[in-house]
Design a binder for this molecule. Sequence first.
Ligand SMILES: *Cc1c(COP(=O)(O)O)cnc(C)c1O
Length: 408
Amino acid sequence: MNQHSFIPFHRPEIDGAEIDAVTSTLRSGWLTTGARTAQFEKEFRDYIGAKDALALNSGTAALHLALAALGIGPGDEVITTPLTFCATVTAIMHVGAKPVLADIGADGNIDPACIEQKITARTRAVIPVHFAGAPCQMDQIWALAKKYDLFVVEDAAHAAGTLYRDRHVGAESFASDAVAFSFYATKNMTTGEGGMITANSEALLARMRILALHGINRDAWGRYRESGNWYYQVLEAGFKYNLSDLQSAIGIQQLHKLERFIEKRTQYADLYNQLLGGIEELEVPQPARNGRHSWHLYVLRLNLEELSINRAAFVSELRGRCIGASVHFIPIPLHPFFQDHATRPENDCPQCFELYPRLISLPLYPSMAEEEVCYVADSVREIVETFRKPRLTAAPMGTGHAGQWSPL
Ligand SMILES: *Cc1c(COP(=O)(O)O)cnc(C)c1O
């Protein structure tokens, strides 16, 4: 159809800085959690303005660890959004608690009013997800948490660099109990695989630090620094969630670039919006009004009633033009596993189900060239123009427009 080289849905931005950092870590003789991880935690904490931070081997581990350390378990209910990655929900199930889904609002984030409807005597926590990098309505969520005595664990997998009002998601002055970040390959910054948790309570962070490494009270790096003191104690049945120095070395370099990455993402999101904003068959994502969108994802909404193709065909058309698109997310209750386990019937999240068939995520990442962004936008426009439904406008009599073909 055309000669453009393939534009993948994502391509990580890695250069000599990360490669040199990994090489020097390999040469250092210390590969597991050590000085580089400690430095990564400190730099991340300072960037976010968090009280403290703990590096982990995934965002999923961060969510699970937070719920485990908060003592959430069997008999408890945890409220989250249906428009998320499965890990948000499986983390709840892995501590033995019951996931309860509260519907989304117009912005795609969990709707605080829907959260309140789902609160029962068993509810212990809420996990808001900052979908695509747009901050949730945290003031309302914290107010609910206070009113009903709930924990708040933020799923900030998309939100490294997202500001809520004028501070970073995860900042110390905010009321959440823990905030879980992901450094998966496609996220705003990456360590290949990895994660971080920030928390305000020193006691909670200390407990998570122990649980993250087999329930052991002093890690190998600590023992090494204490001149080879070999003694340690296992205090509880922990997990194996620590981040290696190899990954932390990458993370430090990525963190140094994060603001630049977000600037680029924002610039490209603005460009997409400029090029696609006037097209009636599309609804473009809006910048955040309650903070700074980090633009992890650029999620377009199709106005399907104005198009003669569905989303799957739209994705295929993009593929035919050498563009990788994706969908975020398949709603949780639509997966076979969760059909049996979701505590409410699927029609309890009507907004999410209405939105899902319309969602399409376009490529958006700092290693894209501006020309590639323009090519993707041109291709989207071309597909819309090819598959636009001819519409007979039903204007009222006497306006002079009745029966006119849509001028679009
Ligand atoms: C990526 C992601 C996670 C999981 O993070 P991993 O680091 O891959 O474990 C959790 N929640 C959401 C919303 C995500 O997008």
